[in-house]
Structures are given as C-alpha cells and as structure tokens.
Design a protein around this ligand. Structure first.
Ligand code: NAI
Length: 331
C-alpha cells in the first residue's frame, strides 16, 4: 500500500480532506495516509505550528497532499505553508488554470500555467520595525533561484507541448531585484529557441489577463506576483474552489490547492472540495496510480458538466457531502 503524508490543515481543510479521501477510497484505491497536523491548534500542544514530525514524514514518503493552513494576519507565527516550501526546497509552485466544461465564465478559452518561484522574494520573511511608524521588508532575489524556476518553466513547456512563456516582473521599478530575475529569464530563454519568450510588467499583465487571457500560455514569476496573479487566473476559470496547485522540488512534491482555509465558511459543509480533489488526482499520477486518477477525473468532470449537484461557489446549493456523494456515484 502506498504511503502518502496528509496534512488536513484547518478551516475548511479537514472537511475537504475528508471528501477527497472518501472519493479515492470509493474509486478502489487504499492509501496509507500518514496524517500530520500543523497550524494554530498544534501550537497549543507542541509549541510550534510546524513540528519536525511533519517535515520528517514528507521526507520519508516523498509526497504529500496538503489542505490549507491558516496564517495569522499582521501578527503571530510565520506561515506554515511558506516554511514547509522553504524547508523542503519546493522551489516551483505550479498553478494551472484551464476552463472546466460546465462552469460559465466571461472567457471560454483560458489555459494558463502559472509557474511561481516558491522560496524567496518578500516571502523570505526578513522584516523589521525600524520605529513605531516605519517597517521594512526585504525582497530577496537570487540568480540561483531565478534561473532554476525559469528553467523549470521552459522544461515544463517542452514536456507539455506549450509554446509561449512570459517572464513577469516590475523591473522598471525594482531594477536590481526584478532586474536580476529578468536577466536570468533572458539568459535561460536563449537555450530554448523553440519556445516563444516574452516579457511583461506585472501591472500590464493584470490588465491584459482580465481583457484577453487567451494570449497567455505559461507565466513565470517571482514569488509575490505569482501568488497574487494565480488568484486572478483562478477567478478567470470560476474561482478558488476549483484552482489546483503543486509545490515541486528536486526530491519532494506537496500537492495543495491555491485557496486558503476559508474561515468564513468553515464547518458549514459548504466548501468545494474540487481544488483539493484535482490536486489529489495529480498526486495519484505522480505516484503512478494513473488509472485511478483518470477514473476520478472523469467522474468529477462529468458531475461538473451535468451541473445538477454543485456547491454554492459554483452557483449550486449542494453541501460538500452531497457533492462528494455525487462524484462517488459517477465513479
Ligand atoms: P481563502 O482562499 O481562504 O478564501 C477566499 C474566498 O474564497 C473566501 O470567500 C472563501 O470562502 C472562498 N473559498 C476559498 N476556498 C474555497 C473552497 N474550497 N470552496 C468554496 N469557497 C472557497 O483566502 P483568505 O480568506 O484570504 O485566507 C484565509 C486564510 O487562509 C489566511 O489565514 C491565509 O493566510 C490562509 N491561506 C493559506 C493558504 C495555504 O494553506 N496554502 C493559501 C492561501 C491562504
């Protein structure tokens, strides 16, 4: 039996994890889930939101499925999500956004992959209070991390037959930091003449994305822009409830949706488990369970296309559990 680390997270995390594990089991696959809690509740009992046992579990199993973990806003402990990515050197955050049949959106030809650098930039968490009225955050951009994420984007393009990559920066203003990212992108692009390489400033990108998203194929971005832009692209295809993601490094892979812990709908049996389910499907493909992954994909997409049993974020009135049962019925 395959062993996979499962981080149920908090907020809606445990509800959507429960839905996803039920669907995988109903599809006929038994996984030995190594359940690892993390986050605010764990601080009370273990003194840290990210105990070493969580890292050790992923190191041992090499793969994890992760639901969202809340990060206190403006105070409190550092993000568990950011710490995990850094600790395991999960340098590439891949967030594909493609229209799903049955979900009506203003555009029907969106197929964009956001490739976000996942280990540095303002997420390095180097901040200080200079005085009562002044705070400082340091943005770190290195040649090593920039080159490797851009290479990842180009290799991804070759692997999946994609044609165009936009490097996204604000190098007109952040001349040194984003300037370095762009310089690395230009250098790497020369090794891949078969892929169309373009440059765009992040503000212009945002405007173009909401007017004409089909012109974009792969976007490669430093951490912060990647985080923000991937929520925008999620909105283009129907929202956070369906937006998948994966954190990939040389040794480990942690599959997790774009969305957060959605405290506004926590415990209400309302959350859409689709994003986490698509992450789970990708995780199953990653561990070689292609047939089960395809079976789940087919069931999921036919439920969405039929459009009868959908969660509230997609305009339906089904609960998380009703939706889960419907997917299981379609397996
Ligand atoms: P959020 O993504 O949790 O929620 C934004 C909006 O989308 C809310 O209205 C929420 O109800 C809705 N939404 C999100 N996921 C949904 C789903 N599966 N089904 C239906 N509706 C869904 O973003 P927010 O509110 O900014 O962040 C809440 C917490 O999550 C924060 O503590 C933040 O730090 C954390 N977070 C954690 C992430 C992670 O664990 N990887 C990623 C993003 C945020």
């Amino acid at each position: 039996m395959k062993k996979v680390t499962l981080i149920p997270g908090d907020g809606i995390g445990p509800e959507i994890c429960n839905a996803v594990t039920q669907i995988i089991e109903a599809a006929g696959l038994k996984i030995d889930w190594d359940i690892q809690t993390a986050g605010a509740d764990v601080v009370q009992t273990e003194g840290t939101p990210l105990p070493q046992r969580v890292i050790d579990s992923i190191r041992q199993n090499k793969v994890a499925l992760k639901a969202p973990v809340t990060t206190p806003i403006g105070k409190g402990f550092r993000s568990v999500n950011v710490a995990l990515r850094k600790e395991l050197d999960l340098y590439a955050n891949i967030r594909p956004c493609k229209n799903i049949k049955g979900i009506k959106t203003p555009f029907d030809n969106v197929d964009i992959v956001v490739v976000r650098e996942n280990t540095e930039d303002l997420y390095a968490g180097i901040e200080r209070q200079i005085d009562n009225d002044t705070a400082e955050s340091i943005k770190i951009i290195t040649r090593k991390a920039s080159t490797r994420i851009v290479k990842y984007a180009f290799e991804y393009a070759l692997k999946y037959g994609r044609k165009k990559i936009h490097a996204v920066t604000k190098a007109n203003i952040c001349k040194l930091s984003d300037g370095l990212f762009l310089e690395c992108a230009r250098t790497v692009a020369q090794e891949y003449p078969q892929i169309d390489f373009k440059e765009i400033l992040v503000d212009n990108l945002c405007m173009q994305l909401v007017q004409n998203p089909s012109q974009f194929d792969i976007l490669v971005l430093p951490n912060l822009y990647g985080d923000i832009v991937s929520d925008l692209t999620a909105g283009l295809i129907g929202g956070l409830g369906i937006a998948q993601g994966a954190n990939i490094g040389s040794d480990y892979a942690v599959f997790e949706p774009v969305h957060g812990s959605a405290p506004d709908i926590k415990g209400q049996n309302k959350a859409n488990p689709t994003a986490l389910l698509i992450c789970a499907v990708n995780m199953l493909k990653h561990i070689g369970e292609n047939l089960i992954a395809q079976k789940i994909e087919q069931a999921l997409y036919s439920v969405i296309e039929e459009g009868k049993i959908l969660t509230a974020d997609l305009g339906g009135s089904a609960t998380t559990q009703e939706y889960t049962k419907e997917v299981i019925k379609h397996l």
